[in-house]
Design a protein around this ligand. Sequence first.
Ligand SMILES: [Zn+2]
Length: 264
Amino acid sequence: MSKECLFCGGPGGLSKEHVVPLWLLEFLDLPADDEIFHGVVESATGLLAAPPRIHSSFTFVDGRVCETDCNNGWMARLENAARPILISLIQDRGVETLSAGDAAVLGKWAAKTAYLHTWGGLGERPVQLDHLRALAGDSGVPVEGVTLFAAKSTHKKPTAYVGGGSWPQLGTRQTEADGQPPRSAYKVGLQFGPLYLLVAFWPNRASSLLRATGVHVQVFPQTPPTGEWDPLNSPRPSLLEFGEHPADKLKAFVNCLAVLNPSR
Ligand SMILES: [Zn+2]
């Protein structure tokens, strides 16, 4: 059975790409039988749609990445470039201290890693292929509008993943006919130790993403960050609440990113 490589479109299916790179799992000191906490968040309610699925982090792979051009090519070079940045952030470096070069590496790495999670066959809608194709090659960059937010916080498990997520909208609501957020919008949250990452995209370029006050730091692109809002002083202060589940804090981090739409 031949499959196209998700990133370059060439013949794929040869490599077993780890969704979370092996070096990172080892750095986080995960035992071979450890689990990744994964949840899909309902956009309507902001709640986890089903009990989070739990996967062994070491076997959580996708076979649709080609060996030569992607896995052992630009992705390996991206991994080498991202590794010292990620390690310093997981250790004691603040997320607001990244140079422009490091931010660009982390932005591409986070998008690649987030997209692979959504293509892992875990139930939520995979990120659109053209966003994966844009990353391919050493000169590939995230599609315009893709934004990476980060934070440092306490955590319960070495790694967690949240796909989906609610989209608080300010201004005129933008929805599909079924009332859901635009199909091509996405949020993917990843947590590695104390490092929280959120890759977000909203299709309407006239809208802007709104960081939650005191929560999100915009890492990529290194443009002047767009505005912020305070979920605690909004009709939905519960967005920032979290319970005892290991992925709950990541869920809150994902849910409280808002979007400001133009008013009619
Ligand atoms: Zn490829």
